[in-house]
Design a protein around this ligand. Structure first.
Ligand code: NAI
Ligand code: COI
Ligand code: MG
Length: 359
């Protein structure tokens, strides 16, 4: 059956990087991937056209799609919008929530060719392969009540950090199953020395553990986890954590791989429908210059093939093509090093496409 794929370029560098990833998707189509690709507006681009960051039409298209490829949303153009519900980022959170995309997989893999581009010494990251499993539709990004209000003659801002047992259990199961398929080590990251919500988080993870006797479960406070990630990252295999901690830790983990431009992601619901996007944002500081790294977005297409379209061989072909291009010494500016050739976003797309075809 033909599957629908929605591409949401978004804002800033979003259109530049999705353009390259879409070429790879088209090459997969030409090789027999049975998909129909269509586009939509999300974020600032949607706000400018329709006055809403998530127009009803986009939501309908998203619901009908098996896979969604997103660039990124947001930027200074929309930062002055005071109503948060109208901000580009709210459009993204809306898709995640409305489609129930609670399971966010963020693999931090250091390609051997980029070990020297990492912020850490090459020996600390060589062979690094961490899977961060982040809860994506709950926690403090969604908790109610929230707001800014007058209290005792001054304004007070507040958000609510809330998780139900069922939400914790659901993401816990994703992480335990992931650990079973990998090295059978799972580290749950929380702040259970301070936050009740994460005392519950830890308790639920412990309760699940006997159902996965082959998985070794450990716990770590988030502040220590941030430190350990940059001290000795290879101690981790699968990491499970809540929405905000996962957001922050995955950006930190990105620098172990050489650049935030290298980290893809999958956001999945229970039926395997997924949104696929690079972990980075819309990078307004480099938008329009043709220098953004498209590899995280291209690798997100590979994740779509693996997790939503049941096409693992084609996914591997994309990942191998990326490896080949790095072997050939091609680098966008963010991962450039001595002895490599710095290329533009489009040239990187050309090279991955050529390698994909030649494999
Ligand atoms: N999923 C999404 O749509 C996300 C959207 N955002 C939004 O993006 C906007 C910018 O946010 P920032 O905090 O600046 O984070 P950012 O991730 O957009 O940029 C941080 C730094 O990384 C660099 N960078 C990011 N992606 C890159 C790539 N592919 N190639 C080379 N360099 C890259 C940027 O140039 C910048 O110096 C904000 O409006 C924010 O809300 C932020 C994170 C995720
Ligand atoms: C709108 C933000 C929560 C997006 C973000 O930073 C992310 O998902 O990594
Ligand atoms: Mg983030």
């Amino acid at each position: 059956m033909t599957q629908k794929i929605l591409v949401l370029p978004g804002d800033g560098i979003g259109p530049e990087i999705t353009a390259q990833a879409s070429r790879i998707l088209a090459a997969c189509q030409a090789r027999g991937l049975d998909v129909e690709v269509f586009e939509g507006l999300l974020g600032g681009a949607a706000y400018d056209a329709h006055g809403e960051p998530l127009p009803a039409e986009t939501l309908e298209k998203a619901k009908a799609a098996r896979g969604i490829l997103l660039g990124a949303v947001g930027g200074p153009k929309w930062d002055k919008i005071e109503d948060l519900a109208k901000r580009p980022e709210k459009g993204l959170l809306g898709v995640r929530k409305q489609l129930g995309l609670f399971g966010n997989l963020r693999p931090a893999i250091t390609y051997p060719q980029l070990a020297s581009a990492s912020s850490l010494k090459p020996e600390l990251v060589a062979g690094l392969d961490i899977m961060i499993v982040r809860e994506l539709t709950g926690g403090i990004y969604f908790g109610q009540p929230r707001g800014i209000e007058e209290r005792d003659g001054e304004r007070v801002g507040f958000n609510t950090y809330v998780y139900s047992e069922s939400e914790i259990e659901r993401i816990g199961r994703v992480a335990f199953e992931m650990a079973q398929k990998r090295s059978k080590k799972l580290c749950s990251v929380d702040k259970a020395n301070v936050l009740e919500v994460t005392i519950l988080w830890r308790e639920v993870m412990e309760r699940l553990a006997p159902e996965y006797p082959d998985v070794e479960l450990s716990h770590m406070y988030v502040d220590n986890a941030a430190m350990q990630l940059v001290r000795a990252p290879k101690q981790f295999d699968v990491v499970v954590t809540g929405n905000m901690f996962g957001d922050i830790l995955s950006d930190a983990a990105a620098m172990l791989t050489g650049s935030i431009g290298m980290l893809p992601s999958a956001s999945l619901n229970e039926s395997g429908q997924g949104m696929y996007e690079p972990c980075h944002g819309s990078a307004p500081d480099i938008a329009g210059q043709g220098i953004a790294n498209p590899l995280a977005t291209i690798l997100s297409v590979a994740m779509m093939l693996r997790y939503s379209l049941d096409a693992p061989a084609m996914a591997k072909r994309i990942e191998d093509a990326v490896g080949k291009v790095l072997d050939d010494g091609l680098r966008t500016a963010d991962i450039a090093a001595e002895g490599t050739r710095t290329v533009s976003t489009a040239e990187m797309g050309d090279a991955v496409l050529a390698a994909f075809e030649a494999l």
